[in-house]
Design a protein around this ligand. Structure first.
Ligand code: PRT
Ligand code: ZN
Length: 286
């Protein structure tokens, strides 16, 4: 029988769409019906299991699934023995402490002897221990943000993304305690055959992720500006230079990382670049 990697993804929630999109961008074809529990690909040796995110780290530890995609927050909270294979760059959020807007905040010692409601007692407990603060942690499973309003706790520790849920509930964010994004986790004892499939998969994921974080840049420059411009451009190996039909001019092509993108564009223009075109990269293999 053919070896398959079983990958657990969230059935429906904030991670589902981006997780499945990533596999599609990796060229893996499968039928995705939210009504089904699992779905095998017909062009890559993987099978997807659609589960609640909270169950994924445990299933990966037990080997029911070989890989899984979850928020780092869930992986850390569940404390399962799994490998963190790769950060995936989507579903970014943070875990924060928040208190009622009108209450004065003096620093983390504010929480000494107070009560905090959260669905993340492990991550919160570790943070408080590091800060040397002792609190009463009230574990609740949902609607954490209403806890202070109904007198259940002095503050909360919950996931924040835009911050509008906190504001809507009369709360203010006072400490950011943990940063999270979607991660690919894996079972610690994969067979050699499964590891081989995993290598092929991570090769494709890397190509997709680096494509997303880089842009292809084409620009025109007078030949006497080429040296200056080339010194500003990294390129995959080095920039491509092609003569233009106009005498004394060239077109220069390169790849720029999105983190330094706008700064580089300014520097390139100052160095004499004109007619700059920025093109998205679908996949990038270094
Ligand atoms: O049903 P299942 O158990 O599978 O899903 P779930 O309801 O437990 O999880 P889900 O789908 O809500 O979130 C999955 C993962 O997405 C989380 O574990 C995080 O890693 C990540 N993520 C990213 C978020 C958010 N952003 C987010 N904003 N998870 C939850 N929220 C909630 C948060 O709990 C709060 O209620 O959104 C609210 C805050 O959002 P803002 O934008 O108002 O600040
Ligand atoms: Zn969940």
């Amino acid at each position: 029988m053919e070896t398959l990697l079983r990958i657990a993804v969230q059935k429906s929630g904030r991670l589902s769409e981006d997780s499945l999109k990533l596999f599609k961008e990796c060229g893996i074809k499968f039928i995705n019906s939210t009504k089904k529990l699992k779905s095998a690909s017909h062009n890559f040796p993987v099978e997807f299991l659609f589960l609640r995110d909270d169950d994924i780290p445990g299933y990966v530890e037990d080997g029911v699934a070989d890989l899984g995609i979850v928020g780092e927050n869930v992986s850390a909270e569940k404390q399962k023995e799994v490998d963190l294979i790769k950060k995936l760059g989507f579903s970014k959020c943070r875990l924060s402490l928040a208190i009622p807007r009108e209450v004065e905040y003096s620093g983390v010692t504010f929480f000494e002897g107070k009560s905090i409601a959260t669905s993340y007692p492990v991550i919160l407990g570790e943070y408080l221990a590091k800060q040397g603060v002792t609190c009463d942690i009230q574990e609740i499973s949902g609607s954490v943000e209403i806890a202070p309003g109904i007198g259940l706790a002095d503050g909360i520790c919950d996931i924040v993304s835009s911050g509008s849920t906190l504001i809507g509930n009369g709360l203010k964010e006072v400490e950011k305690i943990y940063k999270s994004e979607a991660v690919l986790i894996g079972n610690k004892n994969l067979s050699a055959e499964k590891k081989e499939i995993l290598d092929k998969l991570t090769f494709r994921i890397d190509a997709v992720l680096s494509g997303k974080s880089n842009k292809y840049v084409l620009l025109n420059a007078p030949n006497d500006a080429i040296d200056r411009i080339v010194s500003l451009l990294p390129g995959m190996r080095s920039p491509t230079i092609v003569p233009l039909a106009t005498e004394g001019w060239s077109s220069i092509h390169s790849v720029i990382n999105e983190d330094e993108f706008w700064d580089k564009i300014e520097e390139l223009r100052a160095a004499g670049a004109e007619g700059v075109l920025i093109v998205p990269i679908e996949k990038m293999i270094s």
